[in-house]
Structures are given as C-alpha cells and as structure tokens.
Design a protein around this ligand. Structure first.
Ligand SMILES: Cc1ncc(COP(=O)(O)O)c(C=O)c1O
Length: 453
C-alpha cells in the first residue's frame, strides 16, 4: 500500500509532530487517551468553535469526532460558555452539595425513561464500574455478561473481549487472574450465543451490560428480537439489565436509545452529552436498586453498595453546563432530533454514494446523528455485531480512510457525529471530501491490482 497519504498528512501537520515528539519523552506512547493516537501521530489542536476545529499549524477541519461524540450543540456553544462564566465567579469546585446537582438530577429523571433516581460521578468509566457493582450487590450474585467488543471505559471489571480478534480474553496486563470467571462476554445480536452465556451463568447471573447502539461497532443497532430477549431473560431471572448510554444518552433522543427502542433497562449509565462539555458520568435507574447506594439509612457496610468518592463529582461547572445543554435538548426536542436525523441520513447517503461511484463496497451505518463507514469484503455480507465486522470487513481500511479525510479537511477518529452547528454547506463539503478520498482509494486499489498482474 502506498503511504503517500501519510506523507501528505505529515507535510500538513509539522507542529503536531513536534508536539508529539516532545510528548513521547514525557508520557508513555506520547498520549494520555489511547484513541486520540492516530498514526503516524495525533493531531494537536489549538481551538474549536461550532462544527470546526483548528490544529496547531492553523489548518481548519470539519469536525465529526465532536469531542468523543459529546458536543451535540457544537463546540463552545455561547449559551453554555456564558453560563459557565457567571458560575465560575461563585467558586470553581467547592466540593459541597449545591442546588445545581438537584436540578440536573431532576432533568435526567424527567428525560430518561429508566431513571427513577440518579447519582453523578466524573466519567463514564466510573459510571459503568458502579453499575456493575450495583448489579452484583443488588442480586447477591457474581456473573456479569457483556458484549464481545463492548467498550465501557477502561474499568477493570469489564476489561474482557474488548478488541477482538487481537484481544480476545483479558484486555490488558495487570488484571486479576480470575476476571473472566465473573465477567464473560456474549455476541451482540446473537440470541443463541447469549442464551449460552446466560445458561452457563445459571443462578449466578447478576446482570447484562450492553449498548443499544454499540459504539465500537460503529453504532450497530440492537435488533428488536434481541432486545426483547435480553429484557425478558434478565427480568425472568431477577438479573439486572444495564444499558450503557454514555454515547447514546440524550444524543439519539431526549430519553436516549431506550426511548427510541421502547425498552427500559433496570440501570442506565450516562456521560458525554450530559456534561455539556465538562467531565461527567452518572448511574440512573430503578429506585429499588439505586437506593442500595444511599448513605441513609445507615446500614452495615456489606448491605450497602458503595458509590461515590470522586472529589470532582457534581462540580458546579459540569452541573451547570449539563443542565444548560439538557434544557435546550429537552425544550427544543421536536426541532432538534428530527434535524439531526435528517442531516445524518443525508450525510450517510453522500458517504455511500461517494464510494459506490468508484466501485468500492461500503456499508454506512447511520443511527440518528451517529454515522460510521465500514468496508465490507463483499456487498451483502451480514454486519450485525463485532464477529461480523472482524470476519466480513477490512477493519484496517478505516484508519487509512480517516487519515485521507484529514488531508482533505475532515476530522474523525472512528465514527462520526453531527451537531446543531453543522450546516448544509458543511455536509456538502464533507461529502465532497469523501468523493476525493474514495477516488484516491480506488486509484490505489487499481495500482495494487495492476502491480499484482
Ligand atoms: C459506551 C461507553 N461507555 C463508557 C465509556 C467511558 O466513558 P469515559 O470516557 O467518560 O470514562 C465510553 C467512552 O467512550 C463509552 O463509549
């Protein structure tokens, strides 16, 4: 494969290279968040506004990464920034209870179907850690099932089978040796495999954690029969169904993916959009389960589920940015979600046409304002879960596609998300960049085939 596109990226971004060279001396691997490392080195940005980001060399990009899919109102929305300025004058982080957190909790309970009660923390990783602990504490059982390929943050409990095929089994060194005794994985959208996992856990099944649109698979949706199956099986066995809505919460609908599919979990984990650009996580769910984490009434410690700690939980900047964002999403829902959906449909169609026009098979999964391009080995192969993606697509083409897009002014890492700040002109530019990238990739394929003859 030609590496011209890497050379083009390097020529455009010398400032990023310099910063990453320095960072390598200071930070292992040169970056603190692994997924921001995109070969040959991460893009270093200096600012973001609306639907655009600027790198340290002054290049402007249409952003589809949107702060890990968080910035649904666009980058630095004036209404949130102005609110934050006034709140900052009353103290940055005070570390005591404030009215803001009561208001945000009320908003989450009003918007999210499965949220009878909520507790805040500072990241989605903490939220999934606590949700698993609640499921085990509530049921008094041990086994949690997760989906093969499911990413729920780097929380130790769920570090199994995250990045197949390379990482089937424990995801990292340094994990407890018996981790996969208590956390096991099943294949998303595969009733037979999930029934096997449930049967093997037997009466020790504490719960199932899953996304309704799975981030690591490019937001592939859970099929209705699969959702009905997991809901019914967990209810029948008194196990806890956890929907991880860290990505989808408030993004796919005011009440998240659970509102879209009409299936209510026992617990929901939240993050990203809910923080309005500030660090956040939350566990929400049935009062019967959530209440086990309360400090009152006082209970023996093994009858309580410890949630909390977290010096920065409920910090006022997060609570106010989150509340301002959710207020907008809630009050203007009839305008916002259809508009995002319509843009998503238009973008996905444009992406698909761009590749089809040059004869490259492509599968564009669009779920509301979330989109991802996959490169199937042939048209028509099933793409319903991580096993299908591993077996039926060229996973390595996605990195090449993303780097080539950067060279033409569009930024994404894996998957893309739209915001209220993306305009019609942005969408057209992004589609045009896809046409250019598709033509480059087709030309490259032709050269490769020619070279093989
Ligand atoms: C589905 C899902 N759950 C949990 C997390 C972890 O959230 P955070 O990065 O805020 O810790 C992520 C992060 O990307 C996620 O996508």
């Amino acid at each position: 494969m030609s590496s011209d596109f890497i050379a083009a990226f390097e020529a455009k971004t010398p400032g990023s290279r310099r910063l990453n060279d320095r960072s390598h001396q200071l930070t292992p691997g040169g970056i603190s968040h692994d997924s921001r490392f995109t070969p040959p080195y991460p893009l270093y940005v200096s600012r973001a506004q609306g639907s655009k980001i600027w790198d340290v060399d002054g290049n402007r990009y249409h952003d589809l990464w949107m702060a890990h899919y968080d910035a649904i109102l666009g980058h630095a929305p004036a209404v949130v920034v102005e609110k934050l300025k006034t709140v900052m004058e009353d103290g940055l982080h005070i570390g005591l209870a404030m009215e803001h957190e009561v208001k945000l909790a009320q908003k989450v309970v009003d918007m999210m179907p499965g949220a009878e009660q909520v507790r805040f923390c500072a990241s989605g990783t903490e939220a999934t850690m606590y949700a698993v602990r609640l499921a085990r504490g509530f049921t008094g059982r041990d086994v949690i099932l997760k989906m093969v390929g499911g990413w729920h943050g780097a929380n130790t409990d769920l570090m199994i089978d995250v990045r197949p095929p390379e990482y089937i089994g424990p995801e990292s060194a340094g994990l407890p040796p018996d981790l996969n005794t208590y956390t096991r994985s099943v294949q998303f959208n595969d009733i037979e495999d999930t029934a096997r996992g449930i049967a093997e856990a037997g009466d020790n099944l504490a719960g199932i954690i899953m996304e309704v649109a799975m981030g690591s698979t490019g937001f592939l949706p859970a099929e209705p029969e699969y959702l009905a199956f997991v809901r019914e099986e967990t209810a029948k066995r008194g196990a806890v169904l956890i929907f991880d809505e860290v990505i989808t919460g408030f993004r796919l609908a005011p009440g998240g993916a659970q509102e879209v599919v009409g299936v209510t979990p026992d617990l929901t984990t939240l993050g990203k959009v809910m923080g309005g650009g500030m660090p956040v996580g939350a566990i929400a769910g049935k009062a019967e389960i959530m209440s086990l984490s309360g400090v009152t009434p006082k209970r023996p410690k093994l009858e309580r589920v410890l949630i909390g700690g977290g010096t920065y939980s409920c910090n006022p900047l997060t609570m106010v940015a989150g509340l301002t964002t959710l207020d907008i999403l809630h009050s203007r829902q009839n305008e916002i979600y259809p508009a995002l959906e319509q843009m998503g449909v238009q973008l996905a169609a444009g992406m698909k046409d761009a590749f089809q026009a040059v004869g490259i098979p492509v599968f564009v999964n669009q779920n509301g304002s979330l989109v991802e391009v996959h490169f199937p080995k042939e048209d028509g192969l099933p793409l319903r879960n991580m096993a299908d993606l591993v077996n039926n697509t060229y996973r390595d083409k996605q990195g090449e596609y993303a780097t080539r897009l950067r060279n033409h002014g569009v930024f994404l890492i894996h998957g893309g998300s739209l915001s209220l700040e993306h305009t019609q002109a942005d969408i057209e530019d992004i589609i045009q960049a896809h046409r250019t990238v598709a033509a480059e990739m087709a030309a490259e394929l032709e050269t490769e085939t020619g070279a093989g003859n």
